[in-house]
Design a protein around this ligand. Structure first.
Ligand code: DGL
Length: 382
């Protein structure tokens, strides 16, 4: 090979070697910078998780059980499942999108069907909610709950929560294991509502089936359907459509921060029972409730709280034994008006509260007074 060709070959080799080295360095640089990017990205994520993403609200999810935490071996079984069988971590993990809208942490208060929520649990839940809402690191609370008595818990909290921060109670009509389970999206909506600044000051809210309702008006109106929760007379206060939370109304009766009911020092709520009004009902129902120690009786009476002669005899005897008697309506809707006969018998009328909510208000009223005139005022204000 003559000298010229040899030199050309050497130069080409050197050029190839330099190019390869640059590419490699570049690769190394890329690998290095990729490593830096990955580690920075990971660092960001870890920081967001540990300290919470500063741009997102901190929402605490308190779990009590119910269908939203229910499961069954069959994905078409939407009635025979066991409610309250999944822990809150599993329920939250089933909606990974929650981490995009809030810094969510969960706490299992209890894991029961809501038919077994009792006065002790109401007090425990209310005290925990009030304790958490005092923490400026908590921006709002979501409570997962069985739907059967959800409206009672929500209304109780509506009357005793001492904060304007959003509190949203959520449930589902189908278990987590069912085809088209409604729980995950209901939970997503609840966290979204609790993270929305317009939600402040609206009292305790309830969301299922894309609607936002006030605890004061919402009631369960169907045994199984996903649209079971209705706010029949006064409508919903808002709606969630896609990613948009919209409010249109809010309750004007007293609630949360403006409520005079405070359970912080209450160890036990007074026993209040509900008696149903129907044809041929008898006085002995009232005698039995008084004998068992009821401090208040709510009557789910026919129509506008109309009681039979027998029932009135039983109720009047109960009042003579210091029991407060509230007339509500089994229609579950409309206003039970205060009548002259109420003044004669010292009965109270429930305004627009259905029997199960009239009981909640009467329990709290009895922590303050047994005077029917004063109790009546609570039904006019709350
Ligand atoms: N056991 C009922 C309850 O916890 C199931 C109904 C439901 O959660 O939807 O209320």
């Amino acid at each position: 090979m003559n000298m010229t060709k040899w030199l050309g070959a050497v130069l080409l080799s050197v050029l190839l070697l330099v190019t390869a080295a640059c590419a490699n360095t570049g690769t190394q640089e890329n690998t290095q910078s990729e490593k830096e990017n990955v580690s920075n990205e990971t660092k960001e994520k870890n920081k967001a998780v540990e300290t919470g993403n500063k741009s997102l609200s901190n929402i605490k999810v308190l779990a009590t059980g119910g269908t939203i935490a229910g499961s069954s071996n069959s994905d078409t079984d939407t009635t025979g499942y066991k409610s309250g069988s999944l822990g809150i971590d599993k329920v939250i993990a089933s909606v990974p999108q929650l981490k995009d809208i809030a810094n969510v942490t969960g706490e299992q208060v209890v894991n029961v069907g809501s038919e077994n929520v009792d006065n002790a649990l109401l007090l425990k839940l209310a005290k925990r909610v009030n304790e958490l809402l005092k923490d400026d690191q908590v921006d709002g609370i979501v409570i997962t709950h069985g739907t059967d008595t959800l409206e009672e818990t929500a209304y109780f909290l509506h009357l005793v929560v001492k904060s304007d921060k959003p509190v949203v109670v959520v449930g589902s009509m189908r278990p987590a294991s069912a085809i088209s389970a409604d729980g995950p999206l209901n939970l997503y909506h609840a966290v979204k509502i609790a993270s929305t600044k317009e939600a402040k000051g609206k009292g305790v809210m309830v969301t299922l089936n894309d609607r936002i309702a006030s605890a004061r008006f919402i009631t369960k109106t169907n045994t199984t359907t996903t649209d079971a929760f209705k706010s029949l007379e006064h409508g919903y206060i808002g709606e969630v459509a896609g990613e948009v939370v919209s409010f249109y109304n809010e309750p004007i009766r007293k609630h949360t921060s403006e409520s005079e009911f405070d359970v912080s020092n209450i160890k036990e709520l007074p026993q209040v029972d509900i008696l149903y009004g129907y044809q041929n009902d008898q006085k002995y129902l009232y005698d039995a409730a008084v004998k068992a120690g009821a401090k208040g009786i709510v009557v789910a009476a026919a129509g506008n709280g109309t009681m039979s002669t027998e029932a009135i005899k039983g109720a009047a005897d109960a009042v003579k034994k210091d029991v407060v008697l509230v007339r509500s309506s089994r229609t579950g809707n409309g206003i039970v008006t205060h009548e002259k006969t109420d003044d004669e018998h010292h009965f109270v009328s429930s305004d627009s509260l259905n029997p199960q909510k009239a009981r909640i208000l009467l329990m709290l009223a009895l922590t303050k007074t047994k005077d029917p005139v004063k109790v009546q005022r609570y039904y006019e204000q709350y």
